[in-house]
Write a protein that binds this ligand. Structure first.
Ligand code: NDP
Length: 404
């Protein structure tokens, strides 16, 4: 039988643990391991109470390959679901390769000191993964993740050729704090304070941070200010979606969030280099994370909806076509089901689905893969069953969802 090892007991790890337990026939014995054992135990207790399923817990330092190997051996895992931080991707991948077990993550590797995210080092492990006869699934969250699958689904069922894709990530949730981040503050703030970038006619075009804003009208949410950011799924999509002429990514932010961020940035609080403070070395961004509300604590207080999707334009049978494939989640409903708000929910469910398809052999292959390289249909089917129902909106000729 197959067993499952989940690494990382944050907001996303909580959802993955719940969702794997709710599909225990597929996941076998489930172990949740993370740096802080008490966080794993708290999740396991909630899972037991709400689902009746017992999961095991372990402490692990996922920066240490020997510790990881020992853990993989002890749990007899057939798959490792990595929902720790992007800094741990490479050590966990290497441990999986040495132990010959499948690997899945939700975010691409970042070096703690450089704030640069790209697939290069993970793709470079393709050869070793093939040799080890294992599969690595990269970026199986919502975006990256479900958005990549939406693109593959559009390509398979709606278009002969996709010309443009806009990935739209709208979070209309309100947690009532003046300022907080929905997931790990370091990762979140690094992403949004970086320069923007999009791809057009074979080239990457850089923008200043938050330079390009459009107001998109999100079904079931309404119009929201949406800012162009660089986002990692574009790197793989430009390789795999043939005939693409442009791809961009937009995320919604409220004015108050941006004002807070600008202010923190101006005073140096987003810095990722050590500074000396009263004889101690501190990293401003890490200190800021300590001050901000723990993203996990936002769950019980967040209201409102998320809407994430892809807006694609292209040709079908010689005619122009535009569609929006999207998924709407409600923060309070997510919390009621698994005790996490919508952002963790929409990331954790696709992680579980990717792992389920791998364990069931519906998605298979040797080497490392991005989600758009695999058949989108079983993933889309699972989304409908596992709490992420999606819709396709077909737009009329010259109809647009951009308001301004
Ligand atoms: P959290 O910060 O809430 O949780 C991260 C967890 O990883 C914590 O439990 C932390 O332990 C643990 N951890 C960190 N370092 C280590 C280590 N060296 N060894 C063992 N455990 C470690 O983050 P989230 O749950 O919000 O996010 C998890 C992942 O999901 C991130 O990689 C994030 O980028 C990704 N993500 C992807 C999205 C997508 O749509 N694709 C969207 C949102 C997030 P401790 O509790 O001790 O600090």
């Amino acid at each position: 039988s197959k067993n499952t090892l989940i690494i990382g007991a944050g907001g996303v790890g909580n959802v993955v643990a719940f969702k794997c337990a709710m599909n225990a026939d597929t996941f076998g014995n489930i172990t949740l391991a993370s740096r802080t054992l008490s966080k794993c135990d708290a999740i396991a207790a909630n899972v037991k109470e709400k689902t009746g399923v017992e999961i095991q817990t372990r402490a692990v330092d996922a920066d240490s390959i020997p510790e990881l190997k020992e853990l993989i051996a002890a749990t007899g895992a057939s798959i490792v679901i990595n929902v720790a931080l992007p800094y741990q991707d490479l050590t966990i991948m290497d441990a999986c390769e040495e132990m010959q077990v499948d690997y899945l993550d939700t975010a691409n590797y970042e070096h703690p000191d450089t704030a640069k995210f790209e697939y290069k080092e993970q793709w470079a492990r393709d050869e070793e993964f093939r040799k080890a006869n294992i599969m690595g699934l990269l970026g199986s969250g919502f975006d990256p993740g479900a958005t990549n699958v939406f693109c593959a689904y559009a390509q398979k069922h709606y278009f002969d050729e996709i010309h443009t894709i806009d990935i739209l990530d709208c979070n209309a949730g309100d947690h009532g704090y003046p300022f907080a981040t929905n997931f790990n503050p370091e990762i979140n703030l690094r992403e949004v304070s970086a320069k923007g970038r999009y791809w057009e006619n074979g080239e990457w075009i850089e923008t200043e941070p938050m330079e390009i804003m459009q107001v998109w009208d999100y079904p079931e949410v309404g119009p929201k200010d949406s800012y162009l950011l660089y986002h990692e799924e574009m790197e793989s999509l430009v390789k795999h979606i043939k005939g693409l002429k442009r791809i961009r990514f937009f995320m919604t932010f409220g004015q108050s969030y941006l004002t807070h961020m600008k202010c923190l940035e101006n005073v140096g609080m987003l810095g990722i280099k050590e500074v000396e403070h009263k004889g101690m070395k501190i990293v401003p961004m890490e200190f800021l994370s300590t001050l901000l509300p723990d993203p996990a604590s936002l769950g019980p207080r967040t209201k409102g909806k998320t809407n994430i999707g892809i807006f694609a334009k292209g040709l079908k049978d010689g005619k122009e076509r535009s569609i929006y494939i999207y998924q709407v989640s409600d923060h309070e409903e997510c919390y009621a089901e698994v005790m996490s708000q919508g952002v963790s929910y929409t990331t954790g469910v696709p992680a579980m689905i990717g792992a389920k398809l791998m364990l069931e052999g519906k998605w298979e292959g040797k080497g490392v893969f991005n989600l758009e390289q695999l058949d989108p249909d079983p993933f889309m089917e699972e989304m409908n069953k596992q709490g992420l129902p999606w819709k396709v909106m077909e737009l009329g000729e010259d109809e647009t969802r951009i308001v301004e």
